[in-house]
Ligand binder design. Structure first.
Ligand code: BG6
Ligand code: MG
Length: 212
């Protein structure tokens, strides 16, 4: 199969912000007295901020109003943005950058498809604001993964059809989104075990095995 583009998820694929998400939610959950562990956190991968909050509140003994929930989501995001300020270009693994450069040298367009509304901030912290050919993120979509909207938008911006593009995802919701959109889905980390993934990798460099 001759692919024209690769669309990367951001959190947990390009960089390890997934751990910052965990820490930021954990601070909120601890304050509210709600149990929250790494296993719960896996359910939040790829899922929007408000949907993530609703999943965390499933374990809460009390109900909260929409206004309280908005304040909690904002509180978590403030915790999260403080953690993001620790990031520097050194947090972009050298092998990830080298692999993406090699994929580009082999003729592929490179894009980002992320549910995060902090995508541009993260790309800037990593020093790769202008690196990708197209970026589609949580500020531009109304339906989060597992809906394919963000990947379809990334493909449209890249000028390719879904069938011509690979999506790389660490989230089960992201694999579902990629398949729902008609993309070739590559699973990494937790998502490498997803039954719907077309291909599983345990490092970004393994993408070079499927691209001539
Ligand atoms: C996804 C993460 O990339 O972005 C989720 O995997 C997160 O865990 C979602 O909830 C939304 O992120 P943000 O930065 O808009 O709160
Ligand atoms: Mg992810």
């Amino acid at each position: 199969m001759q692919f024209k583009a690769i669309i990367f998820d951001l959190d947990g694929v390009i960089c390890h912000t997934d751990h910052y998400h965990f820490q930021a939610w954990k601070q909120l959950a601890d304050r509210l007295g709600i149990p929250f562990n790494e296993e719960d956190n896996d359910r939040l991968r790829g899922v929007s901020r408000m949907e993530s909050l609703n999943i965390i509140l499933e374990k809460s003994p009390r109900l909260y109003s929409d206004q309280e929930k908005l304040a909690f989501a904002e509180e978590k995001n403030e915790n999260y943005k403080k953690l993001l300020m620790q990031m520097t270009p050194a947090d972009l693994p050298e092998k990830t950058l080298a692999t993406m450069q090699e994929l580009r040298a082999r003729g592929l367009l490179l894009g980002i498809g992320s549910s995060s509304r902090n995508t541009k901030l993260i790309l800037s912290r990593l020093g790769i604001s202008d690196f990708f050919d197209a970026v589609a993120d949580g500020t531009e979509i109304s339906r989060s993964k597992p809906d394919p909207e963000v990947f379809l938008l990334a493909a449209e911006k890249l000028g390719v059809l879904p069938a011509e593009a690979i999506v790389v995802e660490d989230a089960n919701a992201g694999i579902q989104a990629a398949k729902a959109g008609g993309f070739f889905a590559v699973g990494i980390a937790v998502a490498a075990g997803h039954p719907a993934a077309d291909y599983a990798i345990n490092s970004i460099q393994m993408l070079l095995d499927i691209i001539e």
